[in-house]
Design a protein around this ligand. Structure first.
Ligand code: UD1
Ligand code: CA
Length: 457
């Protein structure tokens, strides 16, 4: 098959978003709109992607990086003008070009592949993807002849009342043979109500010169929806979200309440894991089998093993092993690694710390910059004093150590294997293996003192 190139139009400002951010960079399903379009085009077999940028060009270029080539459209004179900017790149690489817009994040690779294959199979010079919109307002209408063949596309603002009654609309997604596209683009003019160079005029020009033009109706119009406002952005978010949840459920994951569960596109979850309500799982997170996540939990860029239970927790950039219990009310900050069988719960914060297998931090602790061995028990209210105001220092707690309640471990400090630390200690010196470290004032009892006080009153 000839090479497929995709051109993604993304130079517009997106006025109706009322935003300083270019429209195509607004996020849905965890990534910018234009990223979804790039992914779908790649899945459809586009080997080369060209993005037309204009408004906010630098930030769009930065967000896309080396996934595509860029062409700047300095002035936005219309969709036809936008494609013309890529003329030189296209002329050098004939074949088929797929034109897309950067604001259709619901597109799937499958639909685009279908468009491309239909275009090739029919042998068309242009194939337009159309949709039956319940509300076609604002879209270009697809005008067909009596024999059903496509004649042209007319924009809403230029359409007659008869043409406005047509519900088959132009989705703004097409395949063209490059040679024919370029010659037709040379013939378009801005003689229309908006004074723009319309890409849609190419269709009528090709039909007029006897070239084969085809239209493929999309099965589900929702997949082709363009996002123009924040209201539509929220609608797209919901569709993408439910699509992801459905895929997970079909794969064996229990989602107790899809309405209150938010899982990004890139997240993977193995079968027989259960997600409780009010849970967010974001970024590059992955969860194994048999785990229970939520309720009220936010997991970001975190890998969780099998048979883990995480509730009422915020974990970001962490790794959580198998059989681990986390929560309720836990904050796991970046760089935290909980090995298999660890227990963390009840108002605990952990940062940049390795916790060895089967160790427990069950209540009211702050553990930061610590390397903890296996089977360690951290008493309630233990604090690692890791920051001297200038530098952070590490705490080392070796295997089988036992830290008594309400202890300060002033780093850098090391608690040896099997050692004990007495409750209420402020530990500033290393405790050797198997020793007891105690650092608190001895208790003194004054007999009869309280009784005497009372009798004075
Ligand atoms: C366009 C189509 C319309 C179709 C609709 C589908 C034309 C003339 N009309 O209308 O038939 O139903 O899409 O959504 O093509 N852009 C540029 N440079 C420009 C102008 C636009 O890059 O000079 C980009 C925009 O950023 C956007 C896309 O092209 O991503 C579509 O532009 P927009 O102005 O939204 O086109 P519509 O009026 O919606
Ligand atoms: Ca427009």
């Amino acid at each position: 098959m000839a090479k497929l190139t995709a051109i993604i139009l993304a130079a517009g400002k997106g006025t109706r978003m009322k935003s300083a951010l270019p429209k195509v960079l607004h996020r849905v399903g965890g990534s910018p709109m234009v990223q979804h379009v790039l992914d779908a085009a790649r899945q459809a077999g586009a080997e080369r992607q060209i993005v037309i940028i204009g408004f906010g060009a630098d930030s769009v270029r930065e967000a896309i990086g080396d996934q595509a080539e860029f062409v700047v459209q300095a002035e936005q004179l219309g969709t036809g003008h936008a494609v013309m900017q890529a003329q030189q790149l296209l002329a050098a690489a004939p074949g088929t070009v797929m034109v897309l817009c950067g604001d259709t994040p619901l597109l799937r690779g499958e639909l685009l592949r279908n468009l491309y294959q239909t275009h090739r199979a029919v042998g068309a010079k242009a194939t337009v993807l159309t949709a039956a919109m319940p509300d076609p307002a604002g879209y270009g209408r697809v005008i067909r002849g009596q024999d059903g063949r496509v004649l042209r596309i007319v924009e809403q603002k230029d359409a007659s009342p008869d043409e406005l009654a047509v519900s088959e609309v132009n989705t703004g997604i097409y395949c063209f043979e490059t040679r024919e596209l370029l010659s037709a683009l040379a013939a378009i003019t801005p003689n229309n109500r908006q004074g723009e160079y319309y890409l849609t005029d190419v269709i009528g020009i090709l039909v007029g010169q006897g070239d084969k033009v085809w239209a493929l109706p999309a099965e589900d119009y929702r997949e082709t929806l363009g996002i123009n406002s924040r209201v539509q952005l929220a609608e797209a978010e919901k569709i993408l979200r439910l699509r992801k949840l459905r895929a997970l459920m079909e794969n064996g994951v229990t989602i107790m309440d899809p309405a209150s569960t938010f899982i990004d596109e890139a997240v993977t979850i193995a079968p027989d894991t259960i997600i409780y309500p009010f849970t967010w799982i974001e970024g590059r997170s992955a969860i194994g089998t048999g785990s229970v996540i939520g309720p009220n939990t936010r997991i970001e860029n975190t890998v969780i093993g099998d048979n883990a239970a995480v509730s009422f927790t915020y974990a970001h950039d962490c790794r959580i092993g198998s059989g681990v219990t986390v929560g309720p009310y836990v904050h796991l900050r970046p760089g935290t690694v909980l090995e298999n069988g660890v227990k963390v719960g009840n108002f605990v914060e952990i940062k940049n710390t390795n916790v060895g297998e089967n160790s427990k931090i069950p209540h009211l602790s702050y553990i930061g910059d610590t390397d903890m061995g296996a089977r360690v028990n951290i008493g309630s209210g233990t604090i690692t004093v890791n920051y001297d105001g200038v530098y952070k220092h590490r705490t080392i707690i070796e295997d089988d150590a036992f830290i008594g309640c309400n202890t300060n471990l002033v780093a850098p400090v090391k608690i040896g294997a099997g050692a004990y630390v007495g409750a209420g200690s402020t530990i500033t010196k290393d405790v050797p293996p198997d020793a007891l470290g105690v650092a608190r004032a001895r208790q003194a009892n004054i007999e009869g003192w309280a009784k005497k006080q009372r009798s004075r009153r």
